[in-house]
Design a protein around this ligand. Structure first.
Ligand code: HSE
Length: 427
């Protein structure tokens, strides 16, 4: 095997950036013997030049000007681990324009600007690889782009946000209220001090958009993805789900419905018989259904320095091999797709309603469902007095019809408050 030396310019030296350098260093000789490639991080753009970085090779050039890394003729390949839209977008664009392959873990960038950047990489005949942008250490993108390239994929369901999965697991296993579970997640470093992007479902929505691009060649961006979070889920909801043989999970759902594509993120009651319902703690997992392959599931760490660095390194080796073979793996041209309108989607629902505990209230509430032609599967009352909750599981109903019924319910004088409304999925 011939040997070639590939010089890597790294943008960002935070948790993932430093883990990537450490991992590469420890795997250098294995990579050399397996591929004939000598991979060296020669330049790193950092935010603070004065910080002490004792583990770093003294030969590595540090700068606080990322554009210098990209411009440098001694950098063959760029790894972007800064995150955020700007300046990452301009830097990735500049690197591709200089015909340098780019590896990125930046889900925000790709979910907003992916189409343009993939097109640019294609025009320049270079790789733009992004395994680490979705579900961290899980090799999902490569499986979709390579192993399942010919597969008629029908549906992808993913737990792609570890923070929310940790919170929901704590609520279920330890009966913690949402606020306490969130604090735990923050203490453990899973959730940011401002946890909005995770708990609102936006982080998962970025990943759903990227999955839709890769699995369905769909021109979908973050703006197209409807997302709901877990902020309103109570421990009573989680306990009810548990008694009903379900776990509540925040799911990224990307699935074909005839000619339309559903790309959404929402919490759902998932029966314990579904493989995703047993994914606990901060783990991620992605469940793929295809006509030929049937079902398969990938499970692993969706965040953290080393798991994410593992995905980045796999891409770096791929791009370096392609560079030395003067080839690249382009993305297909993303096509416009019709997205399934949200109101038309059908699902069974969990509906919790806080009511006044008096004679006739159940009949009044049930009449609203009856008049809206919504059939009830199960009903349970919890609590008493002004704290009474009626909890319904409906049969399948279009979202718009359910919303109409919910707005009628909220106008009833016996209804104190509408509680949580969550989809209920089949196994
Ligand atoms: N904050 C994300 C999570 C990881 O909790 O899974 C990065 O996307």
């Amino acid at each position: 095997m011939g040997e070639s030396r590939i010089r890597i310019g790294l943008l960002g030296y935070g948790t993932v950036g430093s883990a990537f350098v450490d991992l590469l260093e420890s795997q250098k000789s294995t990579i050399l013997s397996r591929t004939g490639l000598e991979l060296v991080v020669t330049h790193i753009a950092v935010s603070d030049l004065n910080k002490d970085r004792p583990g770093l090779d003294t030969q590595t050039v540090l700068t606080d000007k990322p554009s210098e890394v990209i411009e440098n003729n001694e950098v063959d390949l760029v790894v972007e681990l800064m995150g955020g839209l700007l300046p990452a977008r301009d830097l990735v664009k500049a690197a591709l324009e200089k015909n340098k392959p780019v590896i990125t873990a930046n889900k925000e960038l790709l979910s907003k600007e992916g189409k343009y950047l993939f097109m640019l990489a294609g025009e320049r005949n270079v790789d733009l690889l992004f395994e680490a942008a979705v579900a961290g250490g899980i090799p999902l993108i490569r499986v979709l782009r390579e192993s399942l390239l010919g597969e008629p994929v029908e549906k992808i369901m993913g737990i792609v946000n570890g923070t929310t999965n940790y919170i929901l697991s704590q609520m279920e296993e330890n009966g913690m209220p949402y606020s306490e579970a969130l604090l735990e997640a923050q203490k453990l470093g899973y959730a940011e001090s401002d946890p909005t992007a995770d708990v609102s479902g936006q982080d998962a929505a970025s990943k759903a958009a990227i999955i839709a691009m890769v699995a369905f060649g769909a021109d979908v961006s973050l703006d197209d993805v409807l997302f709901e979070g877990i902020q309103n889920i109570s421990s009573a909801d989680v306990a009810f789900a548990s008694r009903a043989g379900c776990a509540i999970k925040l799911l990224a759902m990307i699935s074909k419905h005839g000619h339309e594509l559903e790309v959404q993120v929402y919490p759902a009651l998932l029966p314990n018989s579904h493989p995703l319902s047993s994914v606990r703690d901060s783990f991620n997992a992605v469940f793929v259904e295809g006509t030929a392959v049937d079902s398969l599931m990938l499970f692993g760490r969706g965040a953290g320095g080393m798991p994410t660095a593992s995905a980045v390194l796999g891409d770096v080796i791929d791009a370096a091999l392609n560079l030395s073979n003067k080839t690249y793996r382009g993305m297909e041209d993303l096509k416009e797709v019709s997205l399934l309108p949200s109101g038309e989607q059908k699902s069974a629902y969990y509906v919790s309603v806080q009511v006044v505990d008096e004679p006739g209230v159940l009949a009044t509430v049930a009449l609203v469902f009856a008049k809206s032609d919504i059939s009830i599967q199960t009903m349970e009352q919890e609590g008493m007095g002004r704290e009474a909750h009626l909890v319904f599981i409906t049969h399948e109903v279009e979202e718009s019809r359910l919303e109409d019924a919910l707005s009628q319910l909220s106008n009833l004088s016996c209804v104190e408050k509408l509680g949580t409304v969550i989809r209920v999925l089949e196994a």
